[in-house]
Design a protein around this ligand. Structure first.
Ligand SMILES: Nc1ncnc2c1ncn2[C@@H]1O[C@H](COP(=O)(O)OP(=O)(O)O)[C@@H](O)[C@H]1O
Ligand SMILES: [Mg+2]
Length: 326
């Protein structure tokens, strides 16, 4: 039978999607690529493949899951399978540098960023050269959940703390990013969710408690998905769906970016700074939705929720494919 195959490596992120698929009557099965063996001379199963491989997969012990996924997607593409969030999306998921190139090509503004190969002396030299006299953010090129994202008040603070950075925090692809700190008038970022390339809703996320902003419920408290030390438990709800959405011009630009970049599903993060500039700094092609915010906005369990919109979109893709095949 033709089904939606969900490519992923973290089962803890699946239940909201499973509920939405069941509610919409969409047949699906998981394809866990935390490991795998594939006979490349065989033909892949029928159906639509939805790629949810995560940039942070290496933090769950799945060091090569993203690389395995890229290889599997090549095999699926060779057989003409429809892959939602296909190779181009995965390519951006695992590299902020490639995200920024694609965002700028689509006319969006990204924070000033300098990339440095993983060498602490070079990092310090670059910080002095490009960010002297200002706060600076240090983050890995292949990110996820805010892990390893640090703000330093100035380059001296970076210099003092660089030696004490744990070795295992070296960026997994060997690339560090030094980035201008975008100061927002209020301590919030916005994350706009898109399904089928179209805007669904935006959440405002309170950043006072830190930079680890994974919206999934399993990330909100100490849980196997988020090893101890990664989690921040906030008292007030940190995620709030914006009733009026986002600026129409920005929305159109972000949708055009997704179309140009070959991305069907994404959560795109941006900050509006003191000067009114909108700076886009993170594209999550593997996105999770905040259940509490969806409840509060009255969209939980409906097609206007993230999982609901996804189930509807993927169900339609599956039905379209079935019609073509018939
Ligand atoms: N340039 C920046 N200026 C201000 N805050 C930032 C900047 N970059 C990241 N942050 C904060 O850190 C969080 C995590 O950074 P992000 O680039 O999204 O990494 P990840 O891919 O791990 O989610 C952001 O959501 C934001 O709150
Ligand atoms: Mg982020």
């Amino acid at each position: 039978m033709s089904v939606v195959h969900v490519i992923h490596e973290n089962p803890l992120w699946l239940p909201p999607l499973a509920d939405a698929f069941d509610a919409a009557g969409v047949p699906w099965q998981e394809l866990d690529l935390s490991s795998g063996t594939f006979d490349l001379s065989s033909v892949p199963p029928e159906g639509v493949f939805y790629n949810r491989m995560s940039a942070s997969s290496h933090t769950r012990g799945h060091r090569y899951a993203a690389e395995l996924t890229a290889a599997v997607l090549a095999w699926l593409s060779r057989h003409g399978r429809r892959v939602v969030n296909g190779p181009a999306a995965l390519d951006l998921e695992i590299s902020k540098v490639r995200q920024y190139a694609a965002l700028e090509a689509a006319g969006l503004t990204v924070p000033r960023t300098v990339m440095v190969q993983d060498d602490r002396a070079a990092l310090l030299a670059a910080a002095h050269r490009y960010f002297a006299g200002q706060p600076v953010i240090l983050k890995p090129n292949r990110g996820g959940k805010g892990l390893g994202v640090r703000l330093f008040a100035d380059v001296d603070a970076l210099a003092r703390q660089l030696d004490s950075l744990p070795q295992d925090e070296a960026p997994v692809d060997g690339i560090w990013l030094l980035q201008e700190y975008v100061r927002a008038p209020r301590p919030v970022i916005t994350r706009a969710e898109f399904v089928g390339g179209r805007f669904v809703y935006a959440v405002e996320v309170d950043t006072t408690a830190g930079f680890e902003l994974c919206p999934a419920e399993v990330c909100a408290v100490g849980d196997a998905a988020c090893p101890v030390g990664e989690t921040v438990v906030a008292e007030a709800p940190r995620f709030r769906i914006l009733p009026d959405g986002i600026d129409a011009g920005l929305r159109a630009k972000l949708e055009a970016f997704l179309s140009q970049a070959g991305i069907d599903v994404a959560g795109i993060e941006f900050i509006q700074d003191d000067a009114g500039r909108t700076l886009v700094y993170d594209v999550n092609t593997n996105t999770n939705y905040n259940a509490g915010a969806e409840e509060a906005a009255g969209v939980a369990g409906t097609p206007r929720s993230g999982p609901g919109a996804l189930a509807r979109f993927l169900g339609a893709e599956l039905a379209g494919g079935r019609r073509l095949a018939a």
